[in-house]
Design a protein around this ligand. Sequence first.
Ligand code: PMV
Length: 282
Amino acid sequence: MTHTGFAPGKLILMGEHAVVYGHPAIAMAVDRGTHVTLTDRHGATGLDVPWIDDPRLTAALHAVLPAAGVGVKIQSDLPIGRGMGSSGALAVALARAALARSGAEQTDVAVGGLALSVERIFHGNPSGIDHTVSMRAGALQYHRSPTGPVFSPIDLAPLPIVVIDSNTAGDTAKQVASVAALGPSAEGYLAQIGTLVQATIPALAEGDIDVIGQAWHENHWLLRAIGVSTPTLDAIVRAANEAGATGAKLAGAGGGGVVIALAHDPAKLIKSMNQRGWKAFT
Ligand code: PMV
């Protein structure tokens, strides 16, 4: 018997890291994602086909599947560790496949609960935004509250977002821990990010890419202030601005990963980034 699950990846448009501390963030699902196929087999549960070499993967499989009897195949067109939600998409796809296998209903509570247990293995203290947007698709405004996550769909204007890959991977758990280690000295920056996210919601709905670009610019330098950017990500942000972007920021946990940028002429921006040796796409 074979059972499958799929979930899309995501981009955090604004508010990463601050969202871990209860501030709002905005994320959207993307048109790339992860497929999981489960097949009955003899012996211990494990990968049927090799995938990434990450010791956390076995623990993740065992968090949602029986210890024996299941072969797992994972296929994804999301770059790994680039802030595009590869672990969140895997968590949701795995949860869906596991529920299908056990014949249980795929309610948000069931999928979200299993996916969160997988995200905890990869991320330690996840805000939950990654797997929630992978599960719900579309675009979401999300924050943590003392009684649990609060999220609602948000109407985004079609945005000509250019994604620029730094060609380096970041480790989300490490980045989140490094912000936690800053303690109270990070609080002011995180609160400023939250305020900026709230202030930018109307422009996101209207598609005002000049206002959003300026906000992304500020968001990036606030993320830099809490130590999650890298010289390469800063260089990409500067190069994107020189090439006509209205603004650019790292997206996701940082320490590597992708930069997102907005431009009135996205094709020109992509060409310019490619000429500088960075892979860029919309
Ligand atoms: O880099 P990603 O896709 O894992 O995004 C992490 C987002 C953070 O805000 C840094 C962490 C979280 O759990 O929200």
